[in-house]
Design a binder for this molecule. Structure first.
Ligand code: HEC
Length: 104
């Protein structure tokens, strides 16, 4: 009985989880624009590993425009915001989790 319930449960959850391996981009505002604009020439694995500051993402997106990526000014803002939010560079010397925000 328990095995049946578990199997049913997997059958429901499975299709949702199954998307994850092919899709390195977390859901969020701007994702649709990133998918449309940034996966035209290469797939998302080309940039989803990168961890950059907002300025660096901005110049990366500008560089891609030089390579032929087409986007409106608004799309560029949305793309850069999405990338900077989801693939941020960890601040150098940032306090480690061990200390935490409540270091009183
Ligand atoms: C017109 C085609 C095209 C589009 C659209 C495009 N890229 Fe690229 N991208 C390339 C090419 C070509 C390379 C490989 C450049 C190289 O190897 O020198 C590349 C490489 C990259 C790299 C690897 C680092 C580098 O600079 O070589 C990153 C990161 C990247 N792209 C991010 C993006 C992002 C983010 C977007 C969406 C704004 C995007 N790309 C859209 C063509 C494109």
């Amino acid at each position: 009985m328990a095995a049946t319930a578990a199997a049913l449960c997997l059958a429901v959850v499975g299709p949702v989880l199954a998307q994850a391996p092919d899709d390195p981009l977390p859901a969020g505002p701007g994702k649709d624009v990133v998918v449309r604009v940034c996966t035209a020439c290469h797939d998302a694995t080309q940039f989803a590993f990168a961890r950059l500051t907002p300025d660096e993402w901005d110049s990366e997106v500008t560089k891609m425009q030089g390579a032929g990526a087409e986007m409106t000014a608004e799309e560029q803002v949305a793309i850069t915001a999405y990338l900077a939010k989801n693939f941020p560079k960890p601040a150098p010397g940032a306090p480690s989790d061990a200390k935490g925000p409540s270091g009183r």
